[in-house]
Ligand binder design. Structure first.
Ligand code: NAD
Length: 463
């Protein structure tokens, strides 16, 4: 496996200073230059597709086809969409109304400046490219901190960035906690942090010292309500795919199922059928299921499985050497179970039975607001009830995960799962854009504005 070279700590301030100088140069604000850099970003991915696929295999045991679906195409599409559309997003907007009839109020779309982006390990390309494309399009200079858990991918990014992108404007930083800590000591103009809530609190506290605006894209447990009257075959396939793709390491993966007791058996049978379809030759066959990034992650997940009081009905096999957890379904899971304490972030799906849908809603509302909430039902009244009586970053009916690559939908959390919304082109652009209010007042308006000057008189204010 590739050796990951960390950025020396003493380099960090220099990188920050050179990005500040780069921003002052005005190059990042030039529209033609932004276009050129976006194109370069697309070529960085396109030219090196096989190397990125290979790196994902080494770091996360992902197969080429899975990697292409999960990261490559989505990232390229995001860049292309941004490239095609961002010029119109940069145009100033006239304000709708001014009480000063002669004034020309406008909202200018200006870059925030020098921004910092943290990328987690689970989608190292998609969660890098989506915000990066938006931040470049918005005219910023950018420092990206990639994950230390992925030596092959992060080394490749460090090699390719200088070859394709302007190093005065866009930099990759590699390293672990000391590097992140040093980065967080510096005054950025915006920080986008994607990762765990635990580290999110550290990032928010550090940003507060400089009053740096910060966007937190965090995780948590995403509940999935299943109405037994729905097409269970389709529901089971979609849920099993969402829970097992990338070995369950997706922030919006369905984390647990809530189902009325009378529908549990039929749903489990549908899951068994989907499982047989997905893994006709067993789950250990190479490429069928990705791996966890390190032994620490494996030990955490194995501990959850060892401690569960639930009944494992499918899967359950593990291999520490290979960092492998089989897709696993667990029933008879109680609310206090080990699997219900934190985000599982592995291909394990607990099933919890409830008396009715009101109990499912209560169960969800008694916990942190999730990043995503899923409901499988054909009953529009039930869907509306769930949508209207819960809070979450996103809410999806009869599907999982696909809210992320849907153009036009902002993506983000709510409460403990984060704040702000970005991901797709325009929302990423907006995140890294300062909406600057401007007003230009003509001299001839003095007639109408004279009443504001002393000495005040009732005759003047009637003018
Ligand atoms: P993480 O919080 O461990 O790491 C994320 C980044 O923070 C990395 O670059 C890491 O180097 C840095 N970091 C780690 N410890 C730090 C510290 N003490 N101080 C400063 N920086 C530190 O997250 P992860 O394990 O890479 O990713 C998994 C988590 O990310 C899950 O909780 C998942 O749900 C969440 N996630 C959220 C989204 C989203 O869009 N909301 C997307 C993907 C992942």
């Amino acid at each position: 496996m590739a050796d990951l070279q960390y950025t020396p700590i003493e380099e960090i301030e220099k990188i920050h200073a050179s990005l500040q100088a780069g921003f002052k140069s005005g190059r990042a604000r030039d529209i033609k230059y932004r276009k050129h850099q976006l194109l370069q970003l697309a070529y960085l991915l396109k030219d090196n597709k096989d190397r990125f696929n290979q790196a994902a295999g080494l770091d996360l045991g992902r197969s080429y086809p899975e990697n292409e679906i999960l990261e490559h195409y989505v990232s390229l599409e995001q860049i292309k969409y941004t490239f095609d559309n961002f010029e119109k997003w940069t145009k100033p907007e006239s304000a709708e109304f001014s009480i000063y009839f002669g004034a020309r109020p406008q909202i200018r779309k200006e870059p925030k400046g020098v921004v910092l982006i943290f990328v987690p390990f689970n989608y190292p390309i998609m969660l890098l490219m989506s915000p990066l494309a938006g931040a470049i399009a918005a005219g910023n200079t950018i420092c990206v901190k990639v994950s230390e858990l992925l030596p092959a991918t992060s080394s490749l990014l460090a090699e390719l960035f200088p070859k394709y992108l302007d190093q005065d404007l866009y930099r990759i930083v590699n390293g672990d906690i000391p590097v992140s800590t040093k980065l967080l000591e510096l005054p950025w103009d915006h920080i986008l942090y994607t990762g765990s809530g635990r580290v999110g609190k550290i990032v928010a506290a550090a940003a507060a010292k400089h009053l740096t605006p910060v966007t937190l894209e965090l995780g948590g447990k995403c509940p999935t309500i299943v109405d037994p009257r729905v097409n269970l075959k389709v529901a089971a396939k979609r849920i099993l795919w969402g829970r097992t793709s990338n070995a369950g390491q997706t922030c919006v993966a369905p984390d647990y199922v809530l189902i009325p007791k009378n529908g549990e058996e039929a749903f489990i049978n549908a899951l068994k059928e989907a499982y047989r379809e997905f893994y006709p030759n067993g789950t250990t066959e190479p490429g069928n299921i990705a791996r966890l990034p390190n032994h620490g992650s494996f030990d955490r997940v194995k501990g959850l499985l060892d401690d569960t009081k639930g009944t494992i009905i499918l899967g359950g096999e593990t291999d520490r050497e290979a960092k492998y957890i089989a897709p696993t379904i667990v029933k008879n899971v109680g609310p206090e179970d080990s699997l219900m304490k934190d985000e599982i972030f592995a291909p394990i799906l607990p099933i919890i039975t409830v008396g009715d849908f009101d109990e499912a809603i209560e169960f969800i509302n008694a916990r942190d607001h999730p990043l995503a909430l899923y409901i499988f039902t054909d009953d529009s009244k039930l869907k509306e009830k769930v949508f209207s009586n819960t809070r979450s970053g996103s809410c999806v009916c009869n599907e999982v995960v696909l809210q992320i690559p849907t153009p036009g939908l902002p993506f983000g959390g709510f409460g403990a799962s984060g704040n702000g919304g970005y991901h797709t082109g325009k929302y990423s652009f907006d995140l890294f854009t300062h909406q600057r209010s401007t007003l230009t007042m003509p001299n001839w308006m003095e007639v109408a504005l004279a009443s504001r000057y002393p000495p005040f008189s009732s005759r003047k204010s009637k003018l």
